[in-house]
Write a protein that binds this ligand. Structure first.
Ligand SMILES: C[S@@+](CC[C@H](N)C(=O)[O-])C[C@H]1O[C@@H](n2cnc3c(N)ncnc32)[C@H](O)[C@@H]1O
Length: 286
């Protein structure tokens, strides 16, 4: 790929598309380098690409061609209303997790005048920060936890990036409930989590996922349930009576996780499906 003085964004897009074999990905990289959204980028097609921007596109395209996920190459990804910093320290937020945040939000919105939300295993902060961003500023506390200090560095950067809207977010490190202060025991309104739920060595996981994303964010023992067991078992103790647990699950885990919820003394257990019709979220009440 060359960069001649006078190259327009139209030419840069077409070269990058040829290089990557994907116009969608080429657009993401060009829009990112240009610092423009899709609409403004379309309007800028005849504008000249500066040398610095051209080099940036080349470097990102090189990394992408070497196999790195597009989201890590760009260093950011959209989740609901947020534009999150993401890199190899955190899981790339997935579209199906937006549904998990949506369900947690719908329960949290019914709690008034104050609401306490916990996002266990927050990674980039995708779920918890969406709740901090979308719930009323007044009366909301959102606790973001993770065992990985690396992940929490990214979450902290994302809290800072959303400015005032992140003022209700508190970040704490530790394994699942051990991260939380004792004062929250029995008083949480909504516990939300997208924990690791893939079985160790699952052959169906794509190579790009196992090569680049943190294994601590993906794998959960021989049956993929080791994290979900801990989260479900502790939920009744940390939720207030009537509080809600909302957990993302693997598409074959609906009935097993429902049973775990029943056995943990949770009630009104439901499995919700994602847009592809597959089991995706378990909701249960204390
Ligand atoms: C599937 S990722 C989800 C990240 C983010 N919530 C999202 O939805 O994009 C699971 C997260 O759980 C964290 N995690 C793994 N084991 C943990 C533990 N024992 N305690 C707390 N967090 C843990 C990982 O570091 C990772 O950030």
């Amino acid at each position: 790929m060359t960069h001649d003085a006078g190259t327009t964004w139209r030419e840069m897009l077409s070269e990058t598309t040829a290089m990557l074999g994907s116009e969608r990905e080429a657009r993401f990289l060009c829009e990112h380098a240009a610092g423009l959204d899709a609409t403004d980028f379309n309007l800028a097609q005849n504008e000249t690409v500066t040398q610095r921007m051209g080099l940036h596109v080349h470097e990102m395209a090189r990394r992408r061609l070497a196999g790195e996920p597009l989201q890590y190459v760009m260093g950011r990804w959209a989740f609901r209303r947020l534009d999150l910093l993401v890199d190899s320290r955190v899981l790339i937020p997935r579209p199906e997790t937006e549904l998990v945040a949506e369900i947690a939000l719908s329960y949290a919105q019914r709690v008034s005048p104050t609401r306490v939300i916990v996002d266990l295993g927050t990674g980039s902060g995708a779920i918890g920060l969406s709740l901090a961003d979308e719930l009323p500023e007044r009366g909301t506390s959102v606790w973001l936890t993770d065992d990985s200090q690396d992940a929490l560095h990214v979450a902290r950067a994302n809290v800072a990036a959303i400015g005032r809207r992140g003022a209700n977010a508190r970040i704490v490190q530790g394994s699942w409930y051990a991260a939380l202060p004792e004062s929250l025991r029995g008083s949480v309104d909504v516990i939300v989590s997208n924990p690791p739920y893939i079985a160790d060595g699952d052959p169906d996981v794509e190579d790009i996922v196992t090569r680049y994303e943190p294994h601590q964010a993906l794998f959960a023992g021989v049956d993929g349930l080791s994290s979900l067991r801990i989260i479900v078992d502790g939920a009744r103790e940390w939720l207030r009576p009537g509080g809600v647990l909302v957990c993302e699950i693997g598409h074959r885990q609906g009935s097993t996780v429902s049973e775990l919820c029943d056995r943990a003394g949770l009630t009104q257990v439901e499995v919700r499906r994602d847009l592809t019709g597959r089991d995706r979220v378990v909701v249960a009440r204390a």
